[in-house]
Design a protein around this ligand. Sequence first.
Ligand SMILES: [Zn+2]
Length: 89
Amino acid sequence: MATFRERAFLACQDQAGKLHAGPQITGSRGKVPFPTVCPAKTKPVAVVHTHPPDDGLEPSDQDLAETRRRGIDLVCVAYKDRFRCFPVH
Ligand SMILES: [Zn+2]
């Protein structure tokens, strides 16, 4: 069985409203450092990351705190075949 590794990237928006993905970071099975890089002239609008198969769709307290600390409004979780974004405020 392949080893699951969490992955994360920032969804970033430019002034025209278009979305761009920042570089994807690969972490360990249950943890990934949240990315900080957006393409030039864009601002982060969401932290997007995966959760391992035995975790769940809900963001962890740390997910919420880390996202909030970066001044970003949304944290999005991909879990199995589901995907949802959660406001952190
Ligand atoms: Zn998480």
